[in-house]
Write a protein of this length. Sequence first.
Length: 241
Amino acid sequence: MALELTFIGTGNAFAPGGLCWNGFLADRRFLFEAPPQALMSLHHVAVDPNAIEVVVLSHHHGDHFLGLPSLLLHWKYQGRSTPVTIVGPPDTARLAREIGEIVYPGLFEGEFAIDWRELRGGESVTVGDLTLEPVEVEHDDRLSLSLGFRARLDGRDFGYTGDSRLCDAVLDLARTSEVLVSECASRADPIPIHMNLLDDIPQVQAAMAPTARLILTHVTPEVQPDLPRTLVARDYQTYRV
């Protein structure tokens, strides 16, 4: 069975060239990241926000997290009747509640059911058809934690690096993923907390199995790889692999 990934955005924190901030759907039901434009982008790709079963957050930087209040607002006032699971690092529920109540007072009054799952590396969670195993990646030490994920959906194994420098956890994800969605924040800039195309991504690709596919996101328009079985995701595009 093909793994279907739909990208609601592919840009890094600076939205270069007008790219939407990074986030993607697996099977149109499981949302990885909640970028600021998440609600708009879900409508753009014709996905009902109320059909989202799980939101998976890798860390708490704003380009990955600040779309959550708008999603919660939609769920509260636009007819959601089923529970939602929100998976993320420690402090996810506290931050979401504090920010949500500031920008939308009363957001959590009479709330529908939210199942907050705060995870560390080595733990796992299964929600419906999706199993997640977080790994601790190396990104911004000032955050509570930054996670990548091993995921299994309908018998397919895929990985997501979240935001990270090149590290052992990223290479382990590369070795075990049939499909790996990897950040690639620039073409050649040596950013200490990110990977780039020229120095880092060839090492990630080399660690993958000969038949595995690599999909780059969190990019700039200058990221154009010339590597086998590697593509750059585009805003609002769906890939079946």
